[in-house]
Design a protein around this ligand. Structure first.
Ligand code: RIB
Ligand code: NA
Length: 294
């Protein structure tokens, strides 16, 4: 698979509770991990035995070097990872609460410099990948250009709408599937509902297929053939950071191998469940032997 997306250095502090405006709280020691939704997906897929390449940008700083090293160690193809001089690598400021829940602020840095020219440079890679995966941490023009290239070459476009943002109809129509969590689904629909209902509504609103993830509650997938609710294996949450990325990467990997959306989602819930058991994002992603059974 090819991933067109972000790379961030994750600066993580554990807290008992988050500070209110004007308040100071003490947290744990700082941990610095490789992250970013794009880089996470590439690493998750590679660690599960897939071939993964990333199209993205880092700065010429220590964080950029950390990310290059981490992705190279997992065998991700970095031929289209560019460096923007004089701009910081993307950073995510992350707090992890006592239940493994996270809050994230992303400072895009070099990710914001990814543009249509980068997509053009990576055209052959994108046209050759069975599945091309996108998230919303790089500029929309790059996502739209790359999704267009992929779709015209008959490749499968998977978009994880995170963080939630308005999607042009033309891009939405290429998504197969659109992957959203409950908040992102509610954002698109302009109102809350249970995951099955939101999946059915979204499937009728443009994308070719939809996956609505509900964490430990599993996932609902929907396409022309109807909707299916798929449970997640139970797992003890230490740090949920990156679980959505592991899910989406595993989904892409299995779709690339020809699985149906339902079968791919069944496999992907196992990758998501594995990723909550360890701290960090990439640091928590499983090898095939570490996948929990359903
Ligand atoms: O999905 C988790 C990721 O979101 C983190 O690695 C962080 O970098 C942000 O992009
Ligand atoms: Na994790």
């Amino acid at each position: 698979m090819a991933v067109v997306g972000s790379l961030n250095a994750d600066l993580v502090v554990g807290v008992e509770r988050r500070p209110a405006p004007g308040e100071t709280v003490l947290g744990s020691d700082l941990a610095t991990h490789p992250g970013g939704k794009g880089a996470n997906q590439a690493v998750a897929a590679a660690r599960l035995g897939g071939r993964a390449a990333i199209v993205g940008r880092v700065g010429d700083d220590g964080h950029g070097a950390l990310l290059r090293e981490a992705l190279a160690a997992d065998g991700v193809d970095l031929a289209h990872l560019a460096t923007t001089p004089g701009v910081p690598t993307g950073v995510a400021l992350i707090t992890v609460g006592p239940d493994g829940d996270n809050s994230i602020i992303v400072s895009p840095g070099a990710n914001a410099r990814l543009g249509p020219a980068d997509v053009e440079a990576a055209r052959a890679l994108i046209e050759d990948a069975a599945v091309v995966s996108f998230q919303m941490e790089v500029p929309l023009p790059a996502v739209e250009a790359a999704a267009g290239v992929a779709a015209r070459a008959g490749r499968r476009v998977v978009l994880n709408l995170s963080p939630a943002a308005p999607v042009p109809d033309g891009l939405l129509a290429l998504c197969d599937p659109l992957v959203v969590n409950e908040h992102e689904a509610a954002f698109l629909l302009g109102g809350d509902g249970d995951p099955s209902r939101m999946a059915a509504e979204l499937a009728g609103a443009g994308p070719r297929s939809v996956a609505v993830t509900a964490g430990a509650g599993g996932v609902v997938v929907a396409d022309g053939g109807g909707a299916a609710a798929i449970p997640s294996p139970r797992s003890e949450a230490v740090d949920t950071t990156g679980a959505g990325d592991a899910f989406t990467a595993a989904l892409c990997l299995r779709l690339a191998r020809g699985d149906s959306l339902r079968d791919a989602a069944r496999y992907a819930t196992r990758a998501g469940a594995a990723a909550v058991r360890r701290p960090g994002a990439q640091t928590s992603f499983p090898t095939p032997a570490e996948l929990p059974r359903l």
